[in-house]
Design a protein around this ligand. Structure first.
Ligand code: BES
Ligand code: ZN
Length: 624
């Protein structure tokens, strides 16, 4: 693939007017899509799907309303697909509907296959009749045994970053936004929900219709089907989950309304109507996914004490950063995630207080610093080069924590009041548009940097933050007063001055525990591991983040009593954030590798395709 910028052709002026945001100085080609939105744009989608749990196939039609946006009326429509079986394509112009020819391109291991449809100049709609593959990369089909209720099967999608194309033929680039409607047929007794309007009162008829009348990028297309119940949490918020999980989930997320209000106060109205969340079965590969109007959550964030609800603040924050103002290509991913982590902490501060937000900022910077030590320089850059690589390879703490740190830095230079005002105007200005890093930089320059004095502008140091590796000098250094005591206690424990049993850790919060783990070296020895475990039953911790850090330490220290729990943790949930580091740590030693292979053999069939893709690379190919 070649990183080709759109050098706007002579005729490109009118092209820009409707296809990209007018303020975008240099729209960049999305290297991760075959589509040609510079010529043709999908404006709306009507999706008709039959969900078949026996064959693990979705069958149906994608009706795409399209618009030509360039002077070249001979251009074919090019869509992205992966593993789709295209049965027929119809093109419609006015009353005239004809079979269209189509060509599926050769399979690219990262991008899938282009679907090229030569259409007439005046065609306004294309209907693709198709089937998904049983191993579609976005879809996970769960047997009843893999659900909480054990009685009914479950299906869910995960489209970000470039997997929408494995269940919907589309212009699978975040640069293109479209509205959608869907009609979904399921077996009786199951409920379907989507990233669209969902009616909390919906009866389980097996036939469901949805409407998303605000334009969204393809990676926000989402569907889940299963034995799903609903609980109201607030006037416009609610929780969907399997019946045995839904009450506990509703208690954990009882602050959703307060979070929405906090974010609205800072950055302007919540624009999407309802904000509901869906707690997924444990194999969900992420902590959360910001599907509009219906965030998907891993059940591992339900700790019982709201200690992990920052993930909820995070996914809610995406309703502004990401869903309203979207990264135009995956190299601008930090615009989605860096802004979101910054806003997540602002919400946490509003709802749970400054101490909690500060603690989380410290933990975030610590993970960033650790990760930077391992990453090649080129991957330490916010505006990352992904040429020839999957967007997945850009998934590190850099877009998240370095991105958030950059915004925190700007907040520091210009003061909170000015920066809040700037962000609010940014969301209003770019709402429902997809933008690049360059567009952001230009807007920042015009609306914040040039408003201040030149010393502030120099301090802001924007180019280094955006385009250079590492953490620039003068970066914020978050501190949390509560953590000093933890560091002292960790030191005394390591020096043998305090026994494990005498640590005041029964009173530690989740964040204090996490800081304790950050404050001890990789190798503390099995004796100390044993003492800690005896005093605080860490191996049986019900808090997924604490357990994850503990199990990582257990592998590093070859602490055998934790191995059965390690195995159950790796087989009972499928969050990539937990799986990847644990498998990576395991394969470092001969015994560990054997353990990893044995566990993975059992666990692999329970993971989502996006998780197996990354774990295959760690544990070494398919273990079937
Ligand atoms: N949008 C991401 C998840 C994602 C990113 C999926 C890239 C696929 C490709 C989501 O908002 C996210 O960041 N989730 C985090 C939680 C967060 C609190 C850092 C996760 O799952 O760990
Ligand atoms: Zn996110």
């Amino acid at each position: 693939m070649i990183a080709a910028r759109f050098t706007a052709p002579l005729l490109g002026i009118c092209l820009m007017a409707s296809s990209t945001f007018a303020a975008d100085p240099a729209p960049e080609k999305d290297l991760h899509s075959f589509s040609n939105p510079e010529h043709l744009r999908v404006k709306s989608l009507f999706l008709q799907l039959d969900v078949n749990f026996e064959t693990r196939v979705l069958t149906g039609d994608a009706m795409l309303t399209i618009e030509r946006v360039s002077a070249d009326k001979t251009q074919p429509l090019v869509l992205d697909t992966r593993g789709l079986k295209v049965l027929s394509v119809t093109e419609i112009a006015g009353d005239d509907s004809v079979d269209a020819k189509f060509v599926l391109g050769k399979v690219d291991p990262i991008l899938g296959q282009s679907l090229t449809i030569p259409i007439r100049a005046n065609t306004t709609m294309v209907i693709v009749n198709y089937k998904t593959s049983p191993n579609a990369s976005a879809l996970q089909w769960l047997s009843p045994a893999q659900t909480a209720g054990k009685k009914k099967p479950y299906l869910f999608t995960q489209s970000e970053a470039i997997d929408a194309r494995s269940w919907v033929p589309c212009q699978d680039t975040p640069a293109v936004r479209f509205t959608y409607k869907a009609a979904v047929k399921t077996p009786p007794g199951l409920l379907a929900v989507m990233s669209a309007g969902n009616d909390p009162e919906q009866k389980r008829t097996g036939e469901y219709s949805f409407e998303m009348n605000q334009p969204i990028p393809s990676y926000l297309l989402a569907l889940a089907v299963g034995d799903i119940a609903f609980r109201k949490v607030g006037p416009r918020t609610g929780v969907y989950a399997e019946p045995s999980v839904v009450d506990k989930a509703a208690r954990e997320f009882s602050d959703l309304e307060a979070m929405v209000k906090a974010c609205e106060k800072l950055y302007g109205p919540y624009q999407w109507g309802r904000y509901d969340v869906l707690v997924m079965p444990p194999s969900f590969p992420f902590g959360g996914m910001e599907n509009p109007r219906l965030t998907f959550f891993s059940p591992t964030i339900i700790a019982g004490d709201k200690s992990l609800v920052s993930v909820a603040a995070h996914e809610l924050a995406h309703s502004w950063s990401g869903n309203l103002v979207t990264n135009a290509t995956w190299r601008d991913f930090w615009l989605n995630e860096g802004f979101t982590v910054y806003i997540e902490r602002r919400i946490m501060e509003e709802v749970y207080g400054k101490a909690r937000a500060d603690e989380e900022a410290v933990l975030g910077k610590q993970t960033l610093v650790k990760e930077l030590a391992e990453l090649p320089k080129s991957d330490q850059i916010l505006h990352i080069d992904l040429k020839g690589r999957s967007p997945d390879s850009g998934l590190s703490d850099v877009p998240y924590e370095k991105g958030a740190l950059f915004l925190k830095h700007l907040e520091g230079v210009y003061g909170r009041e000015a920066f809040d005002k700037f962000l609010k105007s940014y969301f209003a200005h770019f709402a429902f548009h997809s933008i690049t890093t360059a567009t952001f930089a230009k807007y920042l320059d015009e609306n914040l940097l040039r408003q201040g004095d030149p010393t502030q502008r120099a301090k802001a140091n924007v180019d280094e933050w955006l385009y250079q590796p590492g953490i620039p000098a003068g970066a914020p250094n978050p501190t949390a007063p509560t953590f000093a005591a933890i560091e002292a206690q960790a030191r005394d424990f390591l020096a043998g001055k305090t026994e494990a049993a005498n640590l005041p850790a029964k009173k530690w919060s989740t964040q204090e525990w996490l800081h304790f783990f950050d404050s001890v070296p990789a190798k503390i020895g099995t004796d100390r591991m044993k003492d800690l475990d005896a005093a605080f039953s860490l191996t049986t911790s019900g808090n997924s983040e604490v357990l994850f850090q503990w199990l990582l330490l257990a592998v590093k220290n070859d602490y055998a009593p934790a191995y059965p729990r390690l195995e159950s943790f790796l087989t009972e949930q499928g969050r990539r954030k937990f799986l990847q580091p644990l498998y990576e740590e395991l394969v470092k030693t001969g015994d560990g590798k054997a353990r990893a292979v044995a566990i993975y053999k059992k666990a692999r069939p329970t993971y989502h395709p996006s998780a197996t893709l990354s774990i295959d690379a760690i544990v070494g190919g398919k273990e079937k």
